[in-house]
Design a protein around this ligand. Sequence first.
Ligand SMILES: Cc1cc2nc3c(=O)[nH]c(=O)nc-3n(C[C@H](O)[C@H](O)[C@H](O)COP(=O)(O)OP(=O)(O)OC[C@H]3O[C@@H](n4cnc5c(N)ncnc54)[C@H](O)[C@@H]3O)c2cc1C
Length: 412
Amino acid sequence: MTNVAIVGAGPYGLSVAAHLEGAGIPFRIFGHPMDSWLRHMPKGMMLKSDGFASDIYDPQNEFPLKKFCAEQGIAYSDMGIPVRLETFSAYGLAFQQRMVPGLEDKMVTDLELAPEGYRLTLEGGETLPARKVVLAVGITHFEYLPACLSRLPSEYVSHTYRHSDLEPLHSRKVVVVGGGASALDLAGLLHENGGDVTLVARAKALKFHNPPTGKPPSLWQSIVHPKSGLGPGMRSRFFANAPGVFYYLPESLRLKVVRRALGPSGGYFIKDKVVGRLPCLLGFDIKAADVKNGKVVLQLQSENGENKEIQAEHIIAATGYKVDIERLKFIRPEIRSSVKTLQGSPVLSSSFESSVPGLYFVGVSAANSFGPVMRFAFGAGFAAQTVSRALARASSQMRAMDQSPAMANTTK
Ligand SMILES: Cc1cc2nc3c(=O)[nH]c(=O)nc-3n(C[C@H](O)[C@H](O)[C@H](O)COP(=O)(O)OP(=O)(O)OC[C@H]3O[C@@H](n4cnc5c(N)ncnc54)[C@H](O)[C@@H]3O)c2cc1C
């Protein structure tokens, strides 16, 4: 009997595992380590989050990114030196090997209810019972394509999630749809490598983070715009440091904040690769998309009625991710339909447990409950601490029940 099964080995799954290890709670963890970062983000990308906000968490903070970089001779600063995707991915793998050596590099193909709690089936066919399950599946399964693009045949359209190596796109005429970091990173990197790329965005202007000034902030600036794991500012500081308080805000306010906070914007380091470098059609919505003579034809319309038609060999939708637990097909329908949801996301207790007892969700699936920090690695520390404490309590209750005279009598 496995006490806890963790599904997913990105920053959240690994942080939860390291905390369970620290608390002495037996667990098994499954998944390809750091898969989203290794295979589903564009090579050459830089993280938007600062160095100090890009840790994976163990209970004693023994192995932060800073330590990994020092060991590897990689330039690091808490703020001011962007973290390369390759550095963060390698750090995640090193964290896994050091802190979570028992990871089983297999996908979970089936999750069903069982008398003991749950039964998981792994790639290869092994099945195992588990009392509790922590779902740390991150952004995987949740790529979102607007309806007008989702109708196109797959050779003409793909989501950014499908692109890591951009080489095959260099020889094609590509349109990137979106105005957020994913769109800007992909378009900028493609253009830098000689690709023929046009950006189409609904936003009338592109937004980028401010570059570091290189000077320490004044006392006034650090009061009014305090630094935080989600960027500077009071609101970001609250979202980053107080997800447990955010949880108790009224539901409608939480949903509004999660929808609007930290809107689309690129890292300051990508600005020079995009602005003035590649064609950007801003303020345009896609009205129709069709394939004609082997090309995709996009009909665009601006707010003031201006129409444009553009053609491309391939469209890349940088249109983000939408949590919808119905898309977690490896979970049996009877479990999915029993999880109470709000706008597709699970409704969670203050310890990340869903309405199905013993089933926990961490990461972006928990954003409606704990706020925008759950969309970032920075939220993994809070999630891992909270879930491991709850599971430690549940474990000790279970042990107490097993050892109670009444239970002993019933088992005789
Ligand atoms: C282009 C891009 C840039 C980003 N930049 C940043 C940034 O700068 N800073 C930041 O903090 N965040 C950034 N993010 C957000 C980032 O995705 C999250 O911070 C982070 O991935 C959350 O970690 P996670 O463990 O929840 O999810 P993930 O890293 O997505 O990991 C989930 C894991 O679950 C596994 N999994 C899924 N289903 C199964 C299954 N059935 N069985 C076993 N395993 C399974 C997957 O293989 C995957 O490895 C970015 C996202 C994108 C798309």
